[in-house]
Design a protein around this ligand. Structure first.
Ligand code: 9D3
Length: 251
């Protein structure tokens, strides 16, 4: 997969992309990440890329010229029509795991990091195929969201994680939050690993984990049940959990 990232702050990407999984994916040839400085496509010697909004008001707007020229450059360099051209912006559709797995099937992505108060609307109309927000909080620009998208997508590209881990078993793919994990020691400062995990009863362990996953989801993310088709066993565990929790309630 090739990812071209258009940004005003290419230096911001150095840390996350030069560590760990993404770094190995790039080194092993599964992924090419190309950073393009939008300022290199400014039409003036001060390298400015923003201007005041027509109609007045506070803040600055990213000009269309530099972004169009940077995208033209990407198109020429790649030598083919562009696939998805994605704008990271607060008005975008919320990024979810399902969207990450869709994007992981693409051969080429162009990510454009928004900045200032916004971007000239003609960029949206003429260039952009998708608009992504990573959540309902205000950041200073689209750079961190672009890194989030690259990370979520790259780990789903076949080969990137190696054969050790299967992304199909991710909690968000399965639709539930994960059960609690434990490793040695059994007794850590008088906090003990649950007996069932030491019992060697694989079927009991499986049921305990399923129950814990359902309990956590019920407590922290009950909204996830709305988009979930539970299996018969899960329905039974959940029914029992709900009645256990009900009997715990004090008046
Ligand atoms: C005052 C109106 N603001 C819109 C909510 C202006 C504004 C705030 C923050 C314009 C741009 C930004 C910078 N944020 C992003 O570019 C961004 C973002 C975010 O702030 N939150 C979640 N996802 C994203 S994706 C890009």
């Amino acid at each position: 997969m090739v990812i071209d990232i258009l940004t005003l702050f290419p230096d911001m990407f150095a840390g996350p992309f030069q560590a760990s999984i993404i770094k190995n994916a790039v080194r092993n040839g599964f992924l090419t990440i190309n950073l393009i400085d939008i300022r290199d496509f400014s039409g003036n010697r001060h390298r400015t890329v923003d201007d005041a909004p027509y109609g007045g008001g506070a803040g600055m707007v990213m000009e269309p010229g530099p972004i169009f020229r940077a995208v033209d450059y990407v198109r020429e360099r790649r030598g083919h029509a562009l696939g998805r051209v994605i704008l990271l912006c607060p008005q975008g559709r919320p990024f979810k795991q399902m969207w990450a797995s869709d994007l992981a099937r693409e051969e080429h992505l162009v990510l454009i990091c928004g900045h200032y108060e916004g971007i000239d609307e003609r960029v949206r109309e003429q260039l952009i195929t998708d608009e992504i927000s990573i959540g309902d909080y205000v950041l200073t620009g689209g750079e961190l969201p672009a890194m989030v998208v690259v990370d979520a997508v790259a780990r789903l590209v076949p080969g990137v994680l190696g054969d050790a881990v299967s992304p199909a078993e991710d909690s968000f793919s399965a639709g539930l939050l994960e059960y609690p994990h434990y490793t040695r020691p059994k007794n850590f400062c008088n906090h003990f690993v649950p007996d069932v995990l030491l019992s060697g009863h694989h079927e009991e362990i499986r049921r305990w984990r399923r129950r814990q996953a359902l309990l956590r989801t019920l407590g922290r993310r009950p909204d996830l049940f709305g988009q979930l088709e539970l299996a018969g066993e899960d329905k039974d565990i959940l029914k029992k959990l709900r009645s256990d929790l009900e009997s715990l309630k004090l008046d």
